[in-house]
Write a protein that binds this ligand. Sequence first.
Ligand SMILES: Cc1cc2nc3c(=O)[nH]c(=O)nc-3n(C[C@H](O)[C@H](O)[C@H](O)COP(=O)(O)OP(=O)(O)OC[C@H]3O[C@@H](n4cnc5c(N)ncnc54)[C@H](O)[C@@H]3O)c2cc1C
Length: 438
Amino acid sequence: MSAAEAGIVVVGASLAGLRGAEALRRHGYAGRLTLVGDEPHRPYDRPPLSKHVLSGELAPDATVLPERAALDAQWRLGHAAVALDRDAKAIRLADGSVLAYERLLVATGAQARPWPAASGGGLDGIFTLRGREDAARLRTALAEGPARVLIVGAGLIGCEAASCCRDLGLPVTLVDPNPTPLARSLGTWVGGVIADCLRDAGVTFHAGAQVLRFAGDAAGRVARAHLADGRAVEADLVIVALGATRATDWLSGAGLMADAGGVTCDGTCRVLGADGTPCPDIYAAGDVARWPNPLYGGRLMSVEHWGNAVAQAAHAARNMLAPSEDQQAYHHLPAFWSSQFGINIKAVGLSAGADAVAIVQGSRASRRFLAVYGRAGRSIAAVSFDQARWLPAYAEAVAAGQAFPPIRDASDQGGFLAMAPGFPPPRAAPTPIEAHHG
Ligand SMILES: Cc1cc2nc3c(=O)[nH]c(=O)nc-3n(C[C@H](O)[C@H](O)[C@H](O)COP(=O)(O)OP(=O)(O)OC[C@H]3O[C@@H](n4cnc5c(N)ncnc54)[C@H](O)[C@@H]3O)c2cc1C
């Protein structure tokens, strides 16, 4: 088969892959379309996995994503792509077969960061949460009624899991090196509200603590975690929620700018070769993509949120079909939601680097509020706790970089008290920006 007959191949059959394929058809692409996925399933939604699936309200297989358009696609499910040969315009799959492409969309997302085997990661009863099988296994183990659940990492997924475990009546300990939960995504001032929720829900929260290693019993099942401060936490089920690394291993050797932080693209979502030249026939979208976002002065950014996967895949698909002189830059205002402890959290913008935060609606004490983050006198992000109705107006202010704090209706707003948001110091050099859902 010639490359032209091979048509478009999408590697990664999940949210970005599916929505990208649909957008190709919507934009009139009528050629051959192939979706390659290493999971055996049709695309499904991940957000419910750490919420309704863990709590038992939704079966893991009830998360299938609706297919919005007749795709008329070839599905190669249960087959990982293991190598890319750009000269031959071909992808090698794990079963040894070779798939030619004319144009390629990379949508391989990310994978949960595992606990190192040398520190007890191979013991039974230790779970990560990324895919449907992970959620099904974890749900079964939780339903068996472990004596104590330990969750390592108080990011969004760790907190959502803690909330579900408490709903199931399970004793939970949560350990995080930062002073509050969600410290990296929302800062400690807002994160303190979730710390209060943890306390009220009966979660034992060890702030500022670090797990060094896990120890098991004679049967090889996890029994306790040893912390850096010398304490030990007993637990017979552990959820490791330490974020994700981008699924780019299969691209090593392809001469692209790709590493565990993502595959680098130009502003139009075209993947860059190792020499920095855009590949006209390879695009990327979703969690795996890192691109210079014009909304942030062209700083390289990767965003692990649902809304970005959908929007970037549609944008990349549009550019894949457009002539080279009509490639449009991808502008994106990051946004995510989370639900935990009965609170619906929604956020827009990037709060990291904020030097102030102010409540502009509601109150922190009531746990119903809208807070805006500022940096150098500009509004850079907003978060709502059960106040989502007002968020779109503040999203506009954030996208436009309006003055901080933004005044929407001076008649019913008093002065704002700006507080220090309390972000932990960056772990490493601050470029590129990463927005996580881990
Ligand atoms: C538990 C959980 C809860 C979340 N909750 C929220 C939320 O509340 N709000 C929010 O905004 N975001 C949330 N997210 C993030 C959101 O789900 C992701 O941003 C989204 O799934 C990204 O879609 P994607 O298609 O880019 O990547 P993925 O969903 O990771 O899909 C990539 C696909 O490619 C496959 N793949 C990887 N390597 C290969 C290969 N070599 N060959 C073939 N296939 C491959 C993977 O197995 C996977 O099926 C959550 C994520 C998780 C894990």
